[in-house]
Design a protein around this ligand. Structure first.
Ligand code: ASP
Ligand code: MG
Length: 404
């Protein structure tokens, strides 16, 4: 078997944990498997590097930022290879350059395009454990790039796809994918399995357990994924196309506080207005999420939408610039203390009434809904950030008692 094993920062945070990971990998290796290990930077190393950079220059050139961040992963893979060597097992660490992991040039948020597998195959052939840096890539001009925070998951899944691995295990500090963040929802429980689509929604909607692009890629290439703990031997959560058990109504509740609402008030009620508005934002690569348009009245209408909180300043500046000329609106209103709470479940497709049950759970605890958006397998509401905890618990427990 060829196994790709990815370990996050907490799993390699110190010497003891590094040896713990080394032993787990060696166990698979000694059974005769080919083992490829993907690592994140140790502990909070990436945050430390980010802070160091900002201290020197609050607005560092993105290329240099990626140049800096790649050393986090390079440190952990080299130390891991040394640990395995000290345990008497041949291992080799490789960075994005040595593998070669080709990406776009979008520094800080690059996308993987192609992975050369020859070097890795050769090393495996000579019976070495191959340890690869997560999160990083190179562009066509040989600059280092990074895949966005949490991107090591995507490195692992991409490698598993490229190498046609038999298994891809994502090790983390929790036992698997939970119905909700156990730090917020006390009755949250671990799922045995979940579909790619559900996982993709949960990951995109704020469940921090997997990088959303890793799930996208796993689905596209049919990579068999398991999320499990590096600190114990429990089974974890399997992510796959179809789950065997009868579909549950709701698999998870997620929340995302990194969101803000912008309302553009008093737009003309005419064709082309929404196009102009969102085109200004799209040109500056600003992602828009929930969109709500009011019914036109007296020749005007309002459009509200959400953006990531770190994009809100840019978005408002762009809209203000076009307020008089092309948008011809009265006012731009912003609210930052909001959060998205979402329920996700493949079972929703065939079961009406799921949304109303969620709204009832919010009503039960007196939480007001500001915006709503839905898809086939998801319902998202925008609420006050201060109400996240009680909203999450109430919604979660409403479905737990019955079907979750
Ligand atoms: N070290 C990177 C980060 O903290 C990538 C990762 O851990 O997946 O975002
Ligand atoms: Mg992660």
């Amino acid at each position: 078997m060829l196994i790709v094993k990815k370990f996050g920062g907490t799993s390699v945070a110190d010497k003891e944990r590094i040896f713990n990971v080394a032993r787990r990998c060696i166990e698979d290796y000694k059974k005769g498997n080919d083992v490829v290990v993907v690592l994140s930077a140790m502990g909070k190393q990436t945050d430390v590097l980010l802070a160091q950079a900002r201290d020197i220059n609050p607005n560092p050139p993105k290329r240099e930022m990626d140049m800096l961040l790649t050393i986090g992963e390079q440190t952990s893979v080299a130390l891991m290879a040394m640990a395995m060597d000290s345990l008497g097992v041949p291992a080799v660490s490789l960075n994005a350059f040595q593998v070669a992991m080709h990406t776009t040039s979008n520094y800080g948020n690059a996308r993987l395009k192609r992975i050369d597998t020859e070097r890795i195959r050769n090393e495996l052939e000579s019976r070495k454990i191959v340890i690869v840096t997560g999160f990083q890539g190179i562009d066509k001009a040989d600059n280092y790039t990074t895949l966005g925070r949490g991107g090591s998951d995507t490195t692992a899944v991409a490698l598993a796809a490229a190498l046609k691995a038999d298994a891809c295990e994502i090790f983390t500090d929790v036992d698997g994918v939970y119905t909700a963040d156990p730090r917020i929802v006390k009755n949250a429980r671990k799922l045995d399995e979940i579909t790619y689509d559900e996982m993709l929604d949960l990951a995109s909607l704020g469940a921090g357990v997997l990088h959303n692009r890793s799930v996208e890629m796993a689905k596209k290439y049919g990579v068999p994924l398991v999320v499990r703990s590096s600190l114990n031997f429990s089974e974890g959560t399997v992510v796959r196309e179809e789950v065997n058990v009868e579909k549950m109504l709701v698999s998870g509740v997620a929340c995302d506080k990194n969101t803000a609402r912008i309302s553009v008030i008093g737009l003309e009620d005419q064709p082309g207005v929404a196009f102009k508005l969102f085109n200004h934002l799209a040109k500056h690569n600003i992602n828009v999420d929930i969109i709500l348009q009011s019914v036109g009245r007296d020749g005007t209408k309002d459009i509200s939408f959400t953006v990531a909180e770190d994009a809100v300043e840019d978005a408002v500046a762009i809209l203000e610039r076009h307020k008089q000329s092309s948008l011809k609106c009265d006012k731009i209103d912003v609210e930052k203390n909001v959060a998205k709470v979402s329920i996700v479940g493949a079972g929703m497709m065939s079961n009406p009434g799921v949304a109303s049950k969620m709204f009832e759970a919010l009503y039960d605890v007196g939480v007001n809904i500001k915006m709503i958006s839905t898809s086939e397998i998801r319902v998202t509401v925008l609420i006050d950030e201060a109400h996240v905890e009680k909203a999450m618990n109430s919604v979660h427990d409403k479905f737990t008692l019955g079907d979750l």
